[in-house]
Design a protein around this ligand. Structure first.
Ligand code: AQP
Length: 333
């Protein structure tokens, strides 16, 4: 069990839509696996979500559902702190300070900003400074480790740069965190286009599998997943779509490379797809049942979120007091 000397672990997800198997295999599964080695803090990052317009009522619903999914996936609310970002205003306060020490050039290099702006006619400033808010989320709690999927590694590097720049300008203040990637499943690709990362906001009904999809829908979606023109699995020349299916299988079943090769070498894609479907259904069914129980009475999740804010707020305020003092912001005397 961790003690006060164990590093803080921080991570979060945006309540921008239904969580998909990429979110689960890339991040949430790691969160649950390593939570007892750390002092974990898991956040539902609603300030990040509104960098792209969200329907307000749906956003409130999604926030509670996302917290329920964290718990249903195995986050232990007794041990781990779970809270909603906007209930602790120090996140935006520190983000402002960070946006003042972060050169525009650093933000301009972020590939996620470039990709997301391609999809929109008009872009809010928030989307541009998003990485400064992400740095604030993490550094506010002096986190030593941040488990994420591969798409977030660039933002994590920026977080480290921001921590380093603040520390050198104002004196040692922040722990510089490490990125924790899963060994399998760090980047799950879209089922309809395996050259693109699976994403909550991507269009296309055959793109992703939601954590709440029924077994029959999972079967249908895996059945439609893009493979290639070869007749069977060839490990010497795996097409992107087939490689993606194999990754999903391994991340769900825990099978290692040797075992996976043995099972699938030379088998037809139909057989592979059946095995992937079964592995996914087996993984998701218990999660779905727990999610249904948790959302039947929302008071349980609401209580956990309230308690999470009570646990996280004093840590955030302690860091902010140090920051205000170091930066020279005015304090009543
Ligand atoms: N395709 C993926 N494979 C592996 N991991 C992934 N993650 C996201 N997509 C994949 C990881 O899931 C966490 C969720 O992060 P987020 O909610 O902040 O949003 P994101 O990274 O931008 O994920 P999405 O699904 O693509 O959402 P939208 O469409 O809203 O932007 C992170 O740890 C991420 O690495």
């Amino acid at each position: 069990m961790p003690n006060k000397a164990s590093p803080v672990l921080f991570s979060g997800m945006q309540p921008t839509g239904d969580l998909h198997i990429g979110n689960y295999l890339g991040a949430l599964k790691t969160w649950t696996a390593i939570q007892y080695d750390y002092r974990p803090i898991y956040c539902v990052v609603d300030y990040h979500a509104i960098t792209v317009y969200q329907e307000p009522k749906a956003l409130q619903e999604k926030i509670e559902e996302m917290a329920a999914l964290y718990i249903a996936a195995g986050i232990d609310p007794e041990h781990s702190t779970i809270f909603v970002q906007s209930t602790i205003p120090q996140h935006v306060e520190l983000a402002w300070v960070f946006s003042c020490v972060t050169p525009v050039g650093w933000l301009s290099r972020m590939t996620q900003f470039k990709t997301k702006t391609e999809q929109q006619e008009s872009v809010g400033t928030g989307l541009f400074v998003y990485p400064a808010l992400m740095a604030a989320d993490i550094l506010l709690y002096q986190a030593g480790v941040v488990p994420v999927g591969d798409d977030q590694t660039q933002h994590l590097e920026l977080t480290r740069d921001i921590a380093g720049r603040f520390n050198s300008l104002y004196g040692e203040t922040f722990v510089v965190p490490k990125t924790e990637l899963p060994s399998v499943g760090a980047r799950i690709m879209g089922l309809d286009d395996p050259t693109q990362k699976m994403s909550k906001s991507a269009p296309g009904s055959n793109h992703s599998i939601s954590l709440l999809d029924s077994p029959s829908r999972i079967k249908k979606l895996i059945g439609r997943a893009v493979t290639d023109t070869k007749p069977a699995v060839d490990f010497n020349d795996l097409g992107e779509g087939v490689a993606n299916l194999i990754t999903i299988y391994q991340a769900c079943s825990g099978a290692d490379n040797e075992e996976t090769r043995e099972v699938f070498s030379g088998v037809q894609y139909g057989v592979l797809k059946k095995a992937v479907t079964e592995a996914l259904v087996e993984k998701l069914e218990p999660l779905q049942k727990k999610f249904r129980d948790l959302t039947a009475d929302r008071d349980v999740v609401r209580g956990i979120l309230r308690h999470g804010t009570e646990r996280a707020a004093p840590i955030a305020e302690k860091t902010m007091q140090a920051v205000r003092q170091k930066v020279g912001l005015y304090m009543h005397r």
